[in-house]
Design a protein around this ligand. Sequence first.
Ligand code: UDP
Length: 238
Amino acid sequence: MKYKRSLLKLSGEALMGDNEFGLHSAKLKQYAVEVKNVIKMGGQVAIVIGGGNIFRGFSRIKEKIINRIEGDYMGMLATVINGIAFQSYLENVGVCAYIQTAIRMDQIAEPFGKNSAIRHLEKGRVVIFVAGIGNPYFTTDTAAVLRAIEIKADVLLKGTRVDGIYTTDPEKDKYAKKFKNISFEMAYQMRIKVMDQTAFILGNENNLPIIIFDINRKGNFQKVISGEKIGTLVSKTR
Ligand code: UDP
């Protein structure tokens, strides 16, 4: 196994499948099985879960009724809903999962703590980090990089619908070419939308490899952590 301890970023988009909103049960089941298979291989899996399938802070700003900060808190709470849901799907396939939150809510989840998170992982339990980093003006992509660094993950895996980073949008341009590797500097300069720029900067500063891959293809999670070259690797050196 190439990456023993991984942090998987599951975005709201991945959780809603082809629905326009909310959760897609078949997708959650599928991702839970993917995680289970990695645990069975002896991998350690932490997850940062997004919330865009329920609420995205900035999308309400134009209406000027819900302000940015309040909207962002709503977005963070949306990630809690997703985290509770995914915990249930994991438990349903026999994977023990704990939720850790960046905003205290003791009845629902443990407060985030890197030491307790690492202990869970070492015992073969999944840890789901919710509420982003607990501050408005951030995203769960940045939270994913931060948590990955804090728990000393070997890699951050961002599961998306597209199987990596392309020269142009592959859903619009049939001549778009996929990068197998790309440096953080290049990802930053190209203003690649797949992750936000703060996340790339933090990843670069802390030398955290990030792999963008297609989470919807069965078996891909196992393949990535085994070191198979699928998706696009964003790293310090090209
Ligand atoms: N959010 C925030 N701080 C954080 C993480 C998230 O304010 O540390 C809010 C922000 O409004 C964001 C929403 O929560 O739009 C949902 O997170 P995100 O957009 O990252 O979810 P995803 O795109 O992964 O579904």
